[in-house]
Design a protein. Structure first.
Lengths: 258, 546, 350
């Protein structure tokens, strides 16, 4: 049944022992990355489904929560991330064409933009802390925090107090505040999971940068750059879903519950 | 009963093979060889099998008497929880894929290794980290929510280490994801020349289908457990009704993974049975394409039946009807397989070595277990038997009578390939028989107990249930012997077993065309496949690799 | 230790027989196919045992056989499905004239309340020959109400009423189990359902100390908690009139229409601002933490009885369409005053 087959082997230094040709290695690696991204879709998908279920259940509170997060910063982050996908694609192109310096430049740019994204996110998180929109009392200034959060200011403050100051009765206010807490829990969970993926991506990019610096990538072998590119684009696409779902849909201006 | 073409005395171990290629603990802990990783998994999951088994023994001891007099209620609740968690996540789910699959998939398709050997090793390390979390939970007091972690009990009422255990399970889940990912890419991209999809061994089809489930379902478990941990730690309020949450949502999310998980567990076992039945009937599998596609069908249908665990949980009558209908549909491909295996023996040339005995056990017990699943899928009947010992009997029939028997059968079948030595056939047959008897005595009474109304997870029970419980415990003590025997004789055979030679069963399949144990790089030269699988027949050339 | 080895619980309800019938059918199917497969394997193993000179015949398969053994199991499955679904439909639809009992599950006991006021703990007395509907809720985690002799089971959820119904056919005492794992004493959360002949049941109802019927207790609460201040039938009432409400459709301010069932009423007491009746303002305070689950059941029962008054037209002064525009500011002023000085509300704590 089996004959002896003399295989012609390419002796590219990056050819792993289990593969016969660089082509096979490239196809297998890329396919593997796509399968991995499929698992990521399922994970984020589970979280998004739970978010949508609660959005339907507590529509008013979720719309209010959406309206209170800063769409300007969110939009800025969207541009940053799309830009980083562009620089990533350029890095892949540079690797494909063996342009070592440009690879390094574009990878560095991608990392810088990624860090910028995380920086903006950190600022947004701090804003939420300042406005007492962090659920529970996890970090001290929670929904139920007293002092330090001004009631009466529609964009700041303990949401329950804020609602009551606009003549929503206490019972309704407490309830809507609780539901809004659920919104913010999802907000932090979803953006947090996304940010974690970005952090990991940044780490991988740094590793890739070092390898590019050593001149490891060229027309015969640029698969790692391509696959990291796929991962990075995926993280970008997750944000493209997150941004409308969290910030945009049913937005009613900057006031909560106007 | 040797079936080698050469006299046993002429068989020698190959000079160099994957086990002696490199010595030292580093060569094992940093290996990229799929075969060594399979052996690492073998030892790890065997450990957890006996941990889970120990808990089972304690449960059955307690249930000898109607009163809860051996352990406190809290301890008992921890026992059945830890039994379930260890058996499912740290034994059954990895068992065939991570041990036999890791070892055999590259060999069966003529490849030198899996597509991503380093990820393969990583998957073992991730498994160990998850296992350590599980052990940590056990030694610091355990968890007592049941392996199903229903909220709000688990998110707000118990005081045990739910989060620690949840982290352990979700970590082990990532191990499963990486294994599945590796298999899928390997099967797609690394088949030997001439090995088309239609020539793949059914073991490959089965593991491929299970891998599809692994990569699609396990991430949902991960996010469910993360949300559970957030709920428990930060009271975000998505599963706790007092905070505005919905406890039934947890059940939907949990079962969305955990139902397909049972197919992750059984499909690879079915693949093993296909390989065994064909070899010991000297005949190709009857209806190859139907068996192959039924694996895929089970994987697909398995994703749309999850709420059959929730018929009395408060879901609407209409959705219950849909899930019941689909649950009947998912049973059909399994039935098709059973009939095909039976038909394979028709006009075959049947022998009764230990692997075949386990295959017989599997076919019979899986049939019973699978059919009792129909009882549970029937809505009106499920109302009565849901959450009773009937369910416990059902899943132990398919998981132990089915899956564990398949795993043991596979271990025996490929033991010579993995170790180069044969296990002692006499002892093995005895152990198979003891296991079969012990198993039935343990679990058949539980069907009756369940219909009588004994609920699950009961520490103490009304007196009229005692006779059946005693029978069950008696069976468990016999079953324990049946499981301990292989541990002993397998260990013994590693050193003193008869040398097996490359193909002691005269089986078809690329894995038998290399030495036992195989060299690290699997094949001296990449094989080319020109024939159908299971090409037993008078015109077959049996090549013996020097 | 008992030496009885029965195979079935007693058949003590109208569905027990049909459920057992389906079970027996499935047992027969299972036995048949298991024996078929088992005997075939045994037969083939013996007949085709490996012998010198006998080669295996390489058979690929048979599409016809594949079709047969796909279609026949599918057909049998469909029969089982329809049978089971029909039973389920029947079991999920309580008859309209069912006797109502209310149940509360909590770690680790059952509390039952009859409309006439009897309370039972871990015991439930029911008459035979009459459908009984048990409306249940949990105070903490998910439990499950399981009576093997009746073949009924229903998970009991927190924050939501669920129903189970049965019609007992045989006097006697039967096990009640909690069948959804609920923590430490899950296996101790058991009780007894006692089925009595109708006369005995009637006697039992009037015997024993009883506070008052559920509805009358509910009426007391309705007044004590101040519900009566807003929910009146006269002009100027701030809340919808509840007479004739139970079981009727209610139009909400977001356009939806819901039915005023047990769950709606309970939710309106605990979380009044989730659903606002059209034309009214979200001014009702929540009674979460103020009323126990028992109290809620009493209130629900009381409101249910408000619909039993005959001849009263549904038309009332404060039905939504009748609030005139120029009255709205007055009502709003009253709301502000009410909310500015919140008063502690009397009532039963859990």
């Amino acid at each position: 049944m089996s004959h002896n087959l003399a295989t012609t082997e390419e002796h590219h230094p990056a050819l792993a022992h289990q593969f016969d040709t660089m082509d096979q290695q490239r196809e297998a690696s890329t396919f593997g990355m796509w399968v991995f991204l499929l698992t990521e879709i399922m994970m984020f998908g589970g979280l998004f489904t739970a978010y949508l279920i609660y959005r339907h259940k507590y529509y008013t509170a979720f719309v209010g929560g959406s309206s209170s997060i800063d769409v300007t910063w969110g939009f800025a982050n969207t541009l940053v991330l799309i830009g980083s996908s562009l620089t990533m694609a350029m890095a892949v192109w540079a690797a494909q064409n063996g342009k070592r310096r440009q690879q390094m430049i574009y990878l560095a740019l991608t990392m810088i933009l990624g860090v910028a994204f995380l920086g903006v996110k950190a600022k947004e998180y701090y804003e939420k802390y300042d406005e007492c929109h962090i659920p529970g009392q996890v970090i001290g200034k929670g929904f139920n925090a007293t002092g330090g959060c001004d009631a009466g200011d529609p964009k700041k403050g303990n949401i329950a107090d804020d609602l009551e100051s606009r003549n929503v009765p206490p019972a309704a206010a407490a309830q809507i505040a609780r539901q809004t807490e659920i919104f913010f829990s999802f907000y932090f969970a979803m953006t947090g999971l996304h940010a974690t993926h970005m952090l990991i991506g940044l780490g991988v990019l740094a590793w890739l940068f070092l390898r590019a610096k050593r001149g490891e990538f060229g027309p015969e072998y640029y698969t790692p750059v391509e696959n990291v590119g796929l991962y990075w684009h995926f993280v970008d696409i997750v944000w493209i879903y997150l941004f409308p779902l969290l910030y945009l849909i049913s937005r009613n201006g900057h006031e909560i519950f106007s | 009963m040797s079936t080698a073409t050469q006299p046993a005395s002429q068989l020698v171990m190959p000079a160099k093979h994957y086990l002696n290629d490199n010595y030292g603990i580093r060569s094992w802990l940093l290996t990229k060889d799929h075969k060594r990783i399979a052996v690492l998994y073998l030892f790890s999951i065997t450990f957890f099998f006996f941990v889970g088994g120990l808990f089972a023994a304690m449960i059955r001891l307690e249930l000898l008497t109607p009163a809860g007099d051996l352990f406190t209620s809290d301890t008992y609740n921890k026992l059945f929880t830890m039994h379930g968690i260890n058996m499912i996540f740290f034994f059954l789910i990895p068992s065939v894929p991570a041990v036999l699959g890791n070892f055999l998939v590259p060999l069966m398709i003529g490849a030198k290794d899996l597509a991503f050997p380093k990820i393969n090793l990583l998957s073992w390390y991730i498994f160990i980290v998850g296992a350590l979390f599980s052990l940590a939970t056990m030694v610091t007091g355990g968890v007592d929510t049941g392996w199903t972690f229903y909220t709000p009990l688990s998110s707000g009422f118990v005081k045990t280490h739910v989060i620690l255990m949840a982290v352990g399970i979700l970590t082990a889940g990532f191990s499963s994801i990486f294994t599945g990912l590796n298999f899928i890419v390997t099967v797609h991209r690394m088949r030997a020349p001439g090995l088309t999809w239609g020539r793949l061994p059914l073991f490959i089809w089965a593991n491929y289908a299970a891998s599809l489930i692994m990569i699609l379902g396990t991430p949902v478990l991960a996010i469910t457990l993360i949300l559970l941990a957030l709920e428990r730690g930060f009271h975000i309020g998505i599963f706790d009704p007092k905070l505005g949450g919905d406890p039934v949502l947890f059940q939907h999310m949990f079962w969305f993974y955990s139902h397909p998980a049972v197919y992750i567990m059984i499909l690879p076992g079915m693949g093993v049975i296909s390989e065994i039945v064909t070899c010991f009937s000297r005949k190709r599998v009857f209806g190859y394409s139907f068996v192959a596609f039924s694996s895929i069908a089970i994987a697909v249908f398995g994703f749309v039946v999850w709420a059959h665990h929730m018929f009395v949980a408060g879901i609407s009558t209409y959705s219950a009807m849909v899930f019941s209908l689909l649950s009947f549909a998912v049973a059909i491909p399994s039935a098709v397989k059973v009939f095909n295996w039976t038909a394979t023996m028709y006009k075959g040339s049947v022998s009764f070595e230990t692997p075949m005995l386990y295959a017989f056990g599997f076919i019979g017990l899986f049939t019973i277990g699978g059919l009792t699943g129909l009882f549970l899928a029937s809505l009106g009947l499920d109302i009565h038997i849901h959450d009773t010992y009937f369910v416990i009997a059902h899943f132990h029939y398919v998981m132990v009578g089915g899956m564990v028997m398949a795993y043991l059968g596979g271990l025996h079948f490929w033991w010579p390939k993995i170790t180069g030595r044969m296990y002692p056939e006499g002892w093995a047959k005895l152990a198979a028989l003891i296991t079969f008897i012990g198993f039935n005595l343990t679990f058949f009474p539980q069907f009756i107990l369940g219909y009588m109304g004994m609920p699950r997870r009961y520490h103490a029970y009304p007196e009229e249930f005692q006779v059946l419980n005693v029978l069950s415990t008696a069976g468990a003590s016999i079953l324990a012997v049946g499981f301990i025997l292989p541990l002993i004789y397998f260990l013994y055979s590693m050193r003193f077993g008869e040398i097996a030679g490359p193909n002691p069963w005269q089986a078809t399949g690329l894995e038998w065309e290399t030495s036992s144990p195989p060299p690290t790089h699997n094949f001296e030269e990449t094989p080319i496949v020109t024939e159908e699988p299971y090409h037993y027949g008078a015109d077959r050339e049996v090549t013996v690799v020097p | 230790m008992q030496y009885k080895l029965p195979l079935f619980p007693e058949q003590a309800s109208t569905v027990a027989g049909p459920v057992d019938g389906l079970y027996l059918f499935l047992v027969l199917i299972t036995t048949f196919f298991s024996l078929l497969v088992g005997l075939l394997i045994l037969f083939f193993a013996i007949k085709y045992k490996r012998r010198p000179g006998h080669e295996a015949e390489q058979i690929h398969g048979s599409t016809l056989l594949e079709i047969i053994w796909t279609v026949i199991p599918l057909g049998i499955s469909m029969v089982i499905f329809v049978w089971g679904a029909a039973l389920y439909f029947h079991e999920r639809r309580p008859p309209a004239n069912a006797l109502e009992v209310y149940g509360i599950g909590k770690q680790w006991m059952w509390k039952f309340e009859h409309p006439s006021g009897q309370r039972e703990i871990n015991a439930l007395h029911v008459p035979m020959g009459r459908p009984v509907r048990v409306t249940m809720i949990s105070q903490d985690v998910i439990h499950s109400f399981f009576v093997p002799a009746f073949r009924v089971k229903q998970d009991v959820l927190p924050n939501r009423y669920v129903d189970v119904w049965f019609e007992a056919t045989k006097p006697g005492t039967y096990h009640l189990f909690c069948s959804q794992y609920c923590g430490t004493k899950h296996s101790a959360m058991i009780g007894e359902v006692t089925v009595m002949k109708p006369d005995d049941y009637a006697a039992w109802l009037v015997g024993g100390k009883v506070d008052g019927s559920l509805a009358s207790e509910g009426e007391k609460l309705f007044q004590e908690l101040g519900c009566i201040t807003c929910h009146r039938a006269d002009s100027g009432a701030r809340g919808p009139n509840l007479t004739g409400l139970y079981g009727r459709p209610v139009r909400l301010n977001d356009g939806r229409t819901v039915i005023a069932d047990n769950n709606y009423i309970r939710e309106s007491i605990l979380n009044p601002n989730i659903k606002i009746v059209s034309g009214f303002q979200p001014i009702m305070p929540t009674f979460q933490g103020v009323v126990s689950e028992e109290g809620l059941i009493q209130l629900v029962k009381y409101i249910e009885t408000l619909s039993l008054q005959q001849g009263e037209p549904l038309n009332n002064r404060t039905s939504p369409s009748e609030i005139r525009d120029n009255e709205v500011p007055n009502i709003q002023d009253q709301m502000k005053q009410q909310n500015a000085a919140p008063q502690p509300l009397p009532g039963k704590k859990p």
